[in-house]
Design a protein around this ligand. Structure first.
Ligand code: NAP
Length: 290
């Protein structure tokens, strides 16, 4: 393998998070840069909460191209960023920053919406007239609902174990919007009539104690012909994905979203979408050998 050359021209992009050292983002972005012929490096930075503002200003003053922001710094980033785009303002969350070295201005973006849309469209999902069920009412559910609103689909159902949080998402959109949103209080006796897409935005099925092997929907639902969008990528084949595959659903796993939201950050920093060839295989290989 050819050795990467770091020179005085090499630019830096980083991830601020705590923890951040487990993140797959360096693997993805460094491969994007290599694929796209960009002379840059992506590194992770992990530090205590009280150092956030100094670290942010330091990154800007040192001329970093930009940052990704993850937990627990999302609120800090939202507060300190000079400008925010429409999506991050509507969702109230930033995961990507671009620094403008000539104006000293920082701009904040949320790339989950674009990542979600591109993952679905890349897998042949047709938004027109569709009805979608969102499971969960946390950060990823909120950006998925926002993407669906943007796409003017027919109807969104939201189910969350804590119903008021689903209501809160519903109420955060103006009633005059064409898309209807209905909050479901249970799933067991309530399979929506015609569902085109089911999005799992909960950690149910994730490879962590107590959740591995769990299903976010009732076992008895027939998934034939439905699109299944799974946010979880560890394991790559959750029980939901397994059931979907067996029953003839079109399944999209969490790696698609992970790669596509990263590709949108890359576009913000470098003005071009990256070449994604080989990245998925690289990630699978890495996850299998961890
Ligand atoms: P979040 O903001 O913490 O929201 C989690 C949601 O899941 C909440 O609605 C919560 O319900 C629900 N939930 C948590 N534990 C549950 C349980 N035991 N039973 C039923 N519901 C439960 O998390 P998030 O950021 O939206 O992330 C959700 C999942 O997506 C995580 O697995 C995360 O790793 C994954 N994710 C993947 C990507 C990707 O790029 N592939 C991106 C973002 C997130 P309550 O409101 O009742 O607490």
């Amino acid at each position: 393998m050819q050795q990467k050359i770091i020179s005085s021209e090499t630019r830096l992009v980083g991830l601020f998070g705590n923890p951040s050292r487990h993140s797959l983002s360096p693997l993805i972005h460094n491969a994007f840069m290599e694929n796209s012929g960009i002379d840059g490096v992506y590194l992770t930075f992990e530090f205590p909460d009280e150092n956030f503002d100094k670290a942010f200003i330091g990154a800007k003053k040192l001329g970093l191209i930009g940052l990704n922001i993850t937990m627990p710094f999302k609120e800090n980033a939202y507060r300190i960023t000079d400008r925010k785009d429409t999506r991050s303002t509507a969702i109230g969350s930033i995961n990507t920053i671009k620094f403008n070295s000539s104006t000293d201005i920082s701009e904040g973006f949320n790339t989950d919406v674009d990542g979600f849309i591109r993952s679905l469209e890349g897998n042949g999902f047709d938004w027109a007239g569709s009805e979608c069920l969102v499971l969960g009412a946390g950060g990823s559910a909120k950006s998925s609902v926002f993407a669906m609103m943007e796409k003017n689909i027919k109807k969104i159902y939201i189910y969350n174990r804590t119903t008021w949080k689903a209501e809160k998402i519903k109420n955060s959109y103006p009633v005059e919007k064409r898309v209807r949103i209905e909050v479901l209080e249970e799933l067991e006796n309530r399979k929506p009539e015609s569902i085109d897409l089911i999005c799992n935005c909960t950690p149910l099925g994730m490879e962590i104690s107590g959740l591995s092997g769990l299903m976010p929907i009732p076992d008895g639902w027939d998934l034939k012909g439905v699109h299944i969008f799974e946010m979880i990528y560890k394991p790559l084949e959750t029980r939901l994905i397994f059931k979907g595959k067996n029953e003839g659903a079109r399944v999209i796993d969490g790696l698609d979203m992970l790669i596509n939201q990263a590709a949108s950050s890359f576009k913000i920093w470098f003005d071009t979408y990256p070449e994604k060839k080989g990245i998925r295989e690289k990630l699978i290989n890495y996850l299998n050998n961890k």
